[in-house]
Design a protein around this ligand. Structure first.
Ligand SMILES: [Zn+2]
Length: 276
């Protein structure tokens, strides 16, 4: 998981959406007004997929949570779900008893409810693109928090003050920088030891929630980027400047925002010879 740089302001994000689909904001505002009057989310068909490609482009076609590279705009849109960070229709209890592997905590992760965050169903800062493994299999209608749920119709900034999301969300102006919470030892994501207690909880729940260390595809991806990084660094130590330059180009590409598992690669780049 990485923070994309530079993060867009809400106005900049709105502009990108307007450029892609001039009428979307008005249609979304109409629907939101209806949900607020009804006090719940309900509609026969949705329009958030109309702006999916805006988020895909911002994320370099990577899943916002697990950093897998998914399909591109021309043929791969169906691999991306438009994920609502705060669930729109209900909030279920997490962790749940049948979850595998089993997870349990000694602290509260918030109360469930039957209305969710209905007023944010069309809030542009409540969206990101994610893979089916992160969204359909794991995120679903869960939204663990510390403390009490915020008040209905509060905006995201106010909600982030009144409730502390336990999941990291590296989007938006005030989004989280995952590198400030999660580190890697080899292919394994770990909670940073040099952060406060709340940050440790958020990092641990995020790692657990998205099974960041239990999914073969993610571990294989990280192992591959570490091998590629080692090759690039070997080239950089070559006596021929042309090979050194090639190694530098490879290293820059492997650690760029657009590359899979960039968070892991960047830490490996910073500490290439760390003993495991
Ligand atoms: Zn994912």
């Amino acid at each position: 998981m990485i923070r994309h740089h530079p993060p867009l302001t809400r106005a900049q994000l709105a502009d990108r959406i307007r450029t892609h689909d001039a009428g979307w904001h008005a249609r979304a505002a109409d629907r939101t007004s209806g949900f607020i009057v009804a006090g719940r989310f309900a509609e026969d068909s949705s329009i958030w997929s109309d702006v999916k490609v805006v988020y895909m482009a911002l994320q370099y076609n990577k899943c916002i949570y697990c950093e897998r590279v998914l399909g591109a705009e021309l043929t791969g849109k169906s691999e991306h779900d438009v994920e609502h960070f705060r669930p729109k229709g209900r909030v279920m209890t997490w962790p749940y008893a049948a979850r595998k592997p089993k997870v349990s905590y000694t602290f509260s992760t918030g109360t469930p409810n039957s209305i969710g965050y209905y007023w944010l169903a069309y809030d542009i800062e409540n969206y990101a693109c994610s893979c089916k493994g992160c969204n359909s299999d794991r995120k679903r209608d869960y939204f663990p928090i510390l403390g009490a749920r915020g008040a209905a119709t509060d905006n995201i900034a106010a909600l982030n003050q009144s409730e502390i999301p336990l999941l990291l969300f590296p989007c938006g102006v005030d989004g989280d920088d995952p590198a400030a919470f999660i580190t890697f030892t080899g292919v394994i994501a770990q909670v940073r030891s040099d952060v406060d207690a709340t940050a440790k909880l958020r990092a641990q729940v995020t790692i657990d929630f998205f099974s960041l260390n239990d999914r073969e595809e993610l571990l294989a991806d990280r192992a591959r980027v570490i091998r590629e990084l080692a090759k690039a660094m070997e080239l950089m130590n070559h006596s021929d400047p042309a090979w050194q330059a090639r190694g530098q180009r490879d290293l820059d590409q492997i650690t760029s925002d657009a590359s899979p598992q960039a968070a892991c690669a960047r830490l490996r780049r910073a500490r290439p010879y760390r003993r495991q």
